[in-house]
Design a protein around this ligand. Sequence first.
Ligand SMILES: Cc1ncc(COP(=O)(O)O)c(C=O)c1O
Length: 441
Amino acid sequence: MKKESSVIEGTTKAVPKLGPFPTKIGREELWEIIDMWDFSPGNKEKIKAVLASDANLQGPHLFRYYNPKPSRVAAAEQAMRELIGAKHCLAVNSCTSALVAAYRALGIGAGDEVIVPAYTFFATAATVVGVNAIPVIVEVDDSLNLDPEAVERAITPRTKVIAAVHMRGAPAQMDGLLDLAKRKGLPLLEDVAQAGGGSFHGQRLGSLGTIGCFSFDYYKVVVSGEGGFLTTDDEWLYTRAQSWHDTAACWRPDRFARERREGELFAGENYRMSELEGAVALAQIRKTDAMLAGYRRAKKLIKDGIDKSPCVQFRRLTDEQGDTAICLILFLPNSEVTRKAIEALHAEGVPAGGVYDSKVRDWHIYTYWEHILDKKSVAKDGLPWSAVPEAELPKYSRDMCPRTLDLLGRSIHIEINHNYSDEDCNGIALGINKVLRRLFH
Ligand SMILES: Cc1ncc(COP(=O)(O)O)c(C=O)c1O
């Protein structure tokens, strides 16, 4: 081999060439992933043999930026943009992160108020506190989503965002909320964590408001184990959300350059999605409509099979076609009969559960958000509560949203699976009819 000369005259270059080295992530890591799937023992041995036989196997670069191969996270963002119909999409590591990034992008901070529903997962309200703002907790109506009239009554000069949640798969009353947000000049944030793929009058949830926040944690409609997405048509909000989600600013055309516009760069956090989650999310996004068709078919079969009765009311759907149909919710006349019905439904094998029981703690009901109701703070500064004169803070109490508690206490939640067979659906409807007939006739 010809020796390369060094700049030091008369010597050869000390390190003529480094590598190639095996990639950091190789066959052992791939095996750990494959082993999570339930292959038969015979097939596992075959896969192991294939892995061992490929002597030059190169592993992936599981970081989206500076990736020598096309990024799966970027592909998932593109697929979400197309599915949701939003101009911009940012992948993050959870919906909680998406919510914080959204509030940060909107510039929400100390002294601001954000309206949230009394029935939502705690994260919708906790992230408001996380950005030092004050959650204002508002009643839901018989759609189990924010009541636009109650929202209007709760608006104060401090209100900076309305956070609408599409709970348990069904769209919130977006016409009323959009109209209100427009009249009041407020951004409308959509928390789509529980309704990924759903729509409102033909437009996908997450594309109607100012910003949409999605969860891909395992218990959602479309999943990647952990993960989330933020959607918006507003390029500036997207840029700021991106800055917050990656304080390393890896994404910028010139990473270490000064900010291109005032407000582009600030001290953010790290909410980046890994390529592993990106790959799973991409496959799931492509399957969304097929899964939704399965949920909707099963729900329709069950709903159509339930006998009509004046004692039983279905949850109001603001747009039945846009419902993801992940569950069916019925209201009975009172909480006592609801408890009895749920017990009897279990005995019939129906996948039914209650939504609110005053004796069962649950982070989806505001009454259990003691850390907010009791105005707790993570630090000595007492934020967010210390930013506002005490007399002007919201008056929280366990009974401040009686309509929400009444509706939830009378709710029966029937789980829908997109793989239910006709027989499963007919059996569930039969079980419901048997129980309701016994209770009401
Ligand atoms: C309505 C709602 N918002 C936000 C979240 C938070 O999602 P993640 O687990 O992805 O942070 C959830 C999760 O349960 C949720 O149901």
